[in-house]
Design a protein around this ligand. Structure first.
Ligand SMILES: [Zn+2]
Length: 179
């Protein structure tokens, strides 16, 4: 059975059994918080459990590395939406140790793309400096500080927004407060 078929079968049963009942929640975050974290698959359940965040408690944004790359990135837009339209009042940027973005070099990824058959002329079509765009980071703490600084200094950030930076251990869920 294909993964999709399996998923759809499971889903049909999930709804039929009303298994969604424990997850019913309002569409505004109860704890008025926005969390930006990495897409790492180890954090799917661990991160909210380790933070005591339940369905409906927070706005959760995910990206590679949990980075807020620029003041006008999609992540920053989502943060602003959460603060202005969804009643969130605090932003938590949570990086993690052993992150796939740690030490990732654009050159390596570009090479991987070439090996997977992306033709040379395709790279020329990119409307962005790929060598910068595809780079990871060298220090998760520095990256968290950088993201916090982008959010804190954003010209459109509502006054009195709290912005915190933390790093999580993806095995134990232990948090370290960075900024
Ligand atoms: Zn990561």
């Amino acid at each position: 059975m294909s993964q999709l078929k399996e998923m759809l079968n499971f889903n049909q049963q999930f709804v039929k059994d009303e298994a969604y009942r424990p997850y019913e929640a309002p569409n505004r975050p109860i704890k008025k918080m926005t969390i930006v974290s990495c897409m790492d698959c180890r954090l799917i359940e661990l991160l909210p459990k380790a933070l005591n965040v339940k369905n409906g408690d927070a706005i959760m944004l995910k990206s590679a590395g949990g980075m807020v790359e620029s003041p006008y990135s999609n992540t920053m837009k989502s943060i602003l939406v959460s603060l202005y339209e969804l009643e969130s009042e605090a932003v938590y940027i949570i990086g993690h140790t052993d992150c796939g973005m740690h030490g990732l070099h654009a050159e390596k990824m570009i090479n991987d793309m070439k090996q997977r058959g992306v033709a040379d002329h395709k790279f020329a079509e990119a409307a962005i400096d790929l060598k910068q765009w595809l780079n990871g980071f060298q220090s998760v703490e520095d990256e968290v500080r950088k993201s916090v600084s982008i959010v804190k200094n954003h010209p459109l950030l509502p006054d009195h927004t709290l912005v915190f930076g933390l790093v999580m251990d993806p095995k134990t869920g232990k948090l370290t407060h960075v900024v």
